[in-house]
Ligand binder design. Structure first.
Ligand SMILES: [Zn+2]
Length: 126
């Protein structure tokens, strides 16, 4: 149990061990709005044409919304966001599948970097 501040009243809420939210500081107006989340992790993609901003971003965290009507949202799941208004919510299996695809993307990204570097060094001929 953890203390929470809801509509000005200090209450106790069940808070999972992975939750990093300070439910007192994050003062909610309704107990239904109390959600739990873990540490954020993520990455940004920059562009050589504008080093003052990220081209895109991707972040994630463990998440749970105990008052949500969908039991999958009440259970611990993984939130993935990209800075847009809508986040994606993944079951643990969906997160594993997405992670495998991102690992493959990273492998291809490294391969593309090797080709571009070699081309710029004149190591590739037509
Ligand atoms: Zn919590």
């Amino acid at each position: 149990m953890a203390p929470a501040l809801v509509a000005g009243h200090r209450i106790l809420v069940e808070c999972p061990a992975w939750c990093v939210v300070d439910h007192v500081r994050l003062h909610e107006q309704r107990v239904e709005d109390v959600t739990h989340w873990g540490e954020f992790f993520g990455t940004q993609v920059s562009t050589l044409l504008d080093d003052s901003t990220a081209y895109c971003e991707l972040f994630g965290r463990v998440n749970a919304d105990p008052s949500h009507p969908d039991p999958r949202m009440r259970a611990a799941h993984v939130l993935v966001g990209n800075g847009s208004l809508e986040d994606a919510f993944l079951t643990p299996d969906m997160a594993d599948e997405t992670a495998d695809e991102l690992i493959e993307f990273a492998v291809q990204l490294k391969a593309a970097a090797r080709v571009a570097r070699a081309a710029n060094q004149g190591l590739l001929t037509a």
